[in-house]
Design a protein around this ligand. Structure first.
Ligand SMILES: Cc1cc2nc3c(=O)[nH]c(=O)nc-3n(C[C@H](O)[C@H](O)[C@H](O)COP(=O)(O)OP(=O)(O)OC[C@H]3O[C@@H](n4cnc5c(N)ncnc54)[C@H](O)[C@@H]3O)c2cc1C
Ligand code: FES
Length: 255
């Protein structure tokens, strides 16, 4: 798929909590067809320390409105700068980058598992799967009730199950502790979140014969296969997370 470098206009910057926000961006050209799991490289203006673009997943797409949404967590200078964007500001992005989550066979029981900001690529994925006739459920894990994000948005996809580490909302513990995993049968799990969480989910899937895809958030520089700084060790050799990923079937990964 051809890559584009385009200016988008900030339609809204919606704050979710202290360090998370959703940027809604209007395309100045018509959006190409985007796939869930793909990401964009965002240009951070005005600071030589943030010279490299920052990779951010596509959180949501509205072709009628010609908008995309990015869910961003403030991690350092680049994302901090993004958090200060206001309506009408211009953001330059390179997109669409990377591969996408796969479309399993019809009637596959799919569970989307997101930890914290890892819900970012899963909202778009859930809506996409629903539009294709699948009935995915969603399992979200957060540290505590104050950290819960995008719950209502995910409710439009299917049943949303919830864990918090301190038990302040939903079931207490990690996503892999939730009883939905014992009570329901799932054939396929798509997951994004902290690496330790994705490894735990991958381990659960391996044990129970469930297909598992994860979206890796390795450090990146170029975003299109030139600098080799995002290499992932797989059974098929060293692959670039930016072009061969960021979505990998966990059976492929040497974790
Ligand atoms: C394919 C992909 C999709 C991503 N999607 C999202 C998304 O939808 N929303 C979002 O908020 N973030 C996402 N990230 C992570 C995001 O790119 C980084 O948080 C961001 O680049 C940090 O930039 P910064 O200038 O704010 O922080 P920096 O000053 O560059 O770094 C601050 C701290 O964050 C760490 N860090 C930087 N990049 C990453 C990374 N990729 N993973 C883990 N830690 C990192 C650094 O090591 C450092 O400790 C994604 C990353 C990848 C590779
Ligand atoms: S980020 Fe440069 S090769 Fe992947």
């Amino acid at each position: 798929m051809a890559k584009r470098i385009e200016d988008f206009t900030v339609k809204e910057n919606r704050r979710l909590n202290n360090d998370l926000f959703v940027l809604e961006l209007t395309g100045n050209n018509y959006l190409p067809s985007l796939k869930p799991g793909q990401f964009c490289q965002v240009k951070i203006e005005g600071n030589p320390e943030t010279f490299l673009r920052r990779p951010i997943s596509i959180h949501d797409v509205d072709y009628e409105q010609n908008t995309i949404k990015l869910l961003v967590q403030i991690a350092g200078k680049g994302t901090k700068k993004l958090s200060s964007l206001r309506q009408g500001d211009i953001l330059n992005i390179i997109y669409p980058l990377g591969n996408s989550f796969s479309l399993p066979a019809e009637n596959t029981q799919i569970l989307l598992v997101g930890g914290g900001c890892g819900v970012a690529p899963l909202l778009f994925l859930g809506k996409y799967l629903k539009s294709k006739g699948y009935k995915p459920d969603v399992l979200l894990g957060f540290r505590n009730s104050d950290r819960i994000i995008e719950y209502d948005e995910c409710s439009g996809i299917g049943t949303v199950y919830l864990t918090t580490e301190d038990g302040s909302k939903g079931e207490k513990g990690f996503v892999t502790d939730h009883k939905v995993l014992k009570d329901h049968h799932f054939d396929h799990i798509c997951c994004c979140g902290p690496e330790s969480m994705m490894k735990a989910v991958a381990g659960y899937c391996l044990k129970h014969g469930i297909e598992c895809e994860v979206s890796l958030e390795h450090l990146m520089a170029c975003g299109f296969g030139v600098c080799l700084c995002c290499v992932v060790n797989t059974l098929n050799g060293n692959l670039c997370s930016c072009i061969d990923g960021p979505v990998f079937n966990t059976k492929e990964l040497k974790w």
